[in-house]
Ligand binder design. Structure first.
Ligand code: UD2
Length: 304
């Protein structure tokens, strides 16, 4: 039985990962300051250490009791990071550096949750990991700088670049929540959703259960060389088409208005999934329609 440290384990992806690890018979310690995560996202078997990844000594001390680290803790929104750049740098870049130092000192494998934001706007074609990185946001720049730090660990370093992750337990309450959670929540409440700009921007949406399988595959790989993989499906949908899919799946008439384009918004974001498949045998399985149905069912239950 192994024990894993998940930083940011109370967040959307972290909570799902903690559950999957516990279900597979592992122990989990979570370091989370609950600034955006929720204790309720954790399985009861997980141990929660309340604290921030900016505290390197604390992170290292917890890592010393573990067999591997998954570093998810971040201000995980492009907009939220832009709203408080100093804090974003301290948490997103400083926290990643602390995780790297802990992994180095304790000789542990580290799986780092980077982001597709490192690519910037690469056009409508699927982006491979070898594509040049030209982030448009401070969030993307911090993720890219963090990747460089992670790679200094050599073979024990795995970097995952998730595209747009969605699914149950992604809470729509914050203005910085993912677009799918926000749109479904508004749709169910009969509220008007706001499409930023024309809505022709497109995203590669990956279901949270799929991204968790990718993290699990990364955690159990043989550390032969550092590895960087996309977390994506290879398919993209425009935000406008997404609104229609959500309206249909909710079975309601979706009320929509167009607002101004979001400053610095990436136009197209679509990943090439081949490298993750070749190196980790990973392939996304959940189709958008099925993932939307699961997310709607969860949000309906939350409402009651
Ligand atoms: C997502 C991730 C971010 C990072 C990035 C990688 C979330 C919350 N953020 O940022 O962490 O990994 O992908 O590229 O998942 N939109 C609307 N109306 C709304 C909300 C959003 O039109 O009410 C649009 C928004 O302008 C954008 C798209 O929907 O074009 C997706 O927005 P998002 O905030 O869900 O995610 P994104 O791609 O900025």
């Amino acid at each position: 039985m192994a024990r894993y440290l998940i930083t940011g384990g109370c967040g959307f992806i972290g909570g799902h990962l903690a559950r999957a690890l516990v279900q597979a018979g592992n122990r989990v310690t979570v370091l989370d300051d609950l600034s955006s995560g929720r204790e309720g996202n954790l399985p009861p078997e997980a141990d929660l250490e309340r604290g921030c990844v900016t505290d390197g000594a604390r992170l290292a001390a917890i890592a010393g009791q573990c067999d591997g680290i998954v570093h998810l803790a971040a201000i995980a929104s492009v907009e939220a990071a832009a709203a408080d750049p100093r804090r974003a740098e301290a948490v997103n870049l400083g926290g990643a550096r602390n995780a790297v130092e802990a992994a180095r000192t304790e000789k542990l494998p580290l799986v780092y949750a980077s982001s597709a934001a490192v690519y910037g706007d690469a056009g409508p074609r699927p982006i491979a990991e070898t594509h040049i990185c030209a982030p448009l946001s401070a969030y993307g720049r911090h993720k890219l700088e963090s990747e460089s730090a992670v790679l200094t660990l050599g073979p024990r370093a795995t970097i995952i670049r998730p595209f747009n992750v969605y699914g149950p337990r992604q809470h729509p309450a914050s203005p910085y929540s993912g677009v799918i959670a926000r749109f479904i929540s508004a749709c169910l409440a009969g509220e008007t959703i706001t499409v930023n700009g024309e809505g022709l921007q497109s995203r590669d949406f990956i279901y949270v259960g799929d991204i968790v399988r990718l993290f699990l595959a990364a955690m159990s790989r043989a550390p032969e060389a550092p590895l960087t993989v996309n977390g994506c499906t290879g398919q993209a949908i425009s935000i406008l088409k997404l609104t229609r899919a959500i309206g249909e799946a909710c079975g309601t008439d979706l009320k929509l208005r167009h607002g101004p384009a979001r400053p610095g918004d990436i136009l197209h974001s679509r990943g090439n999934p081949r490298h993750a498949h070749e190196t980790l045998g990973f392939q996304a399985e959940v189709r958008l329609g099925d993932g939307l149905a699961d997310t709607i069912a969860w949000l309906r239950e939350e409402d009651q």
